[in-house]
Design a protein around this ligand. Structure first.
Ligand SMILES: Nc1ncnc2c1ncn2[C@@H]1O[C@H](COP(=O)(O)OP(=O)(O)OP(=O)(O)O)[C@@H](O)[C@H]1O
Length: 318
């Protein structure tokens, strides 16, 4: 028998009064996939994650989770765990006690989540050293990790996380990315939201971009980045004046304004907007003129640029 899809959503609609938070949203997530939800503030990401967790019900459309249609009752579908906004913790309890309380609330016995299970998940998220500290003093990043540990207690087949990298330092982020990648390799589906395209690029095979409640892109990240569009590039050279002159004389190159792009003024850096062939032409010309190229990088990554182009279009049409 085929493994059921982790998530199959068709035409999902959710309104809060006059606000249409989700407007005919489709979403497909297969087992073992890390799927990113991205979009500007208020795009509907948390609302959609809440539906997957059974925290709210859709007003319209069909939602199947792990092969089972979601009913209209407010309950976490079997095999699903995670959190939205921020994990709920008892501040006066230690990390270990929080997990034990959750395990008891969920009726998990020692066979599935006893002390061994709790120690395992604490180790998995890197919180063993602070397992007996009260969570009142936990940083945002530590709370995020404990929330992830709580979700892992049930060994879910679908893990739903709202901005799991929020508040994590670079080492913490790498650790959590490692946990999620291992889970996915073992067949768990992960749906997570993020505001950071670089995080999504590091983790996700597919993304869904939401803007004002609508899906504006869904698919593999490389399909998103592959679109041919002009980008702004920072070009640092040994002779900025010569580089500027050459840029002005190269077809297909426009000199951009630092301030307009929110960049710090740097006299050694020229910012140019171009397609890749025109940029190649300029770089070759700069080098031919005996000027050294010291740095060349897009101001925002191609993925970020694609995201901005797709979502700005929607925002403008609001
Ligand atoms: N409980 C609620 N009551 C009223 N409006 C709500 C409620 N929850 C969400 N909304 C509205 O629905 C829309 C989508 O909100 P949602 O929180 O899902 O967006 P988001 O993409 O998660 O945003 P952010 O990136 O800021 O977290 C917003 O306009 C929001 O104001």
């Amino acid at each position: 028998m085929d493994t059921p899809q982790a998530v199959r959503a068709r035409g999902i609609t959710k309104c809060f009064g006059d606000v249409v938070a989700l407007d005919a949203v489709d979403l497909d997530v297969t087992q073992g996939q890390i799927h990113g939800l991205v979009g500007p503030n208020g795009a509907g990401k948390t609302t959609l994650l809440g539906l997957l967790l059974g925290l709210a019900v859709a007003d319209g459309g069909r939602l199947e989770i792990l092969g089972t249609p979601v009913e209209r009752a407010l309950a976490a579908p079997d095999g699903v765990a995670g959190f939205v906004d921020a994990p709920g913790l008892y501040p006066s309890l230690t990390a270990r006690q929080n997990l034990a309380a959750l395990a008891a609330l969920r009726g998990l016995d020692s066979g599935t989540a006893g002390s061994a299970g709790i120690d395992d998940v604490l180790a998995e998220v890197g919180l063993t050293d602070v397992a007996d500290d009260k969570t009142r003093g936990f940083s945002l990043g530590m709370r995020q990790r404990l929330g992830l540990a709580a979700a892992l207690l049930t060994r879910p087949r679908l893990l739903v996380l709202d901005e799991p990298a929020n508040g994590l330092d670079p080492a913490g982020k790498r650790h959590v990315h490692g946990v999620l990648t291992r889970l996915a390799a073992d067949g768990t589906a992960v749906v997570l939201s993020s505001h950071r395209m670089d995080d999504l690029e590091a983790l996700c095979s597919e993304v869904t971009i939401l803007a004002t409640g609508r899906v504006v892109f869904s698919g593999p990240l490389n399909k998103l980045a592959a679109e041919n569009r002009e980008l702004d590039y920072r070009l640092r050279t040994s002779d900025p004046e010569a580089a500027r002159r050459l840029a002005a004389g190269t077809a297909g190159i426009r000199i951009s304004d630092h301030t307009g792009l929110g960049l710090r003024q740097d006299p050694d850096v020229l910012v140019v907007r171009a397609l890749v062939p025109a940029l190649d032409e300029l770089v070759a010309e700069v080098v031919r003129s005996g000027v050294a190229v010291r740095e060349l990088a897009p101001v925002v990554s191609p993925l970020e640029a694609a995201f901005l182009a797709l979502t700005e279009h929607q925002e403008a049409g609001r």
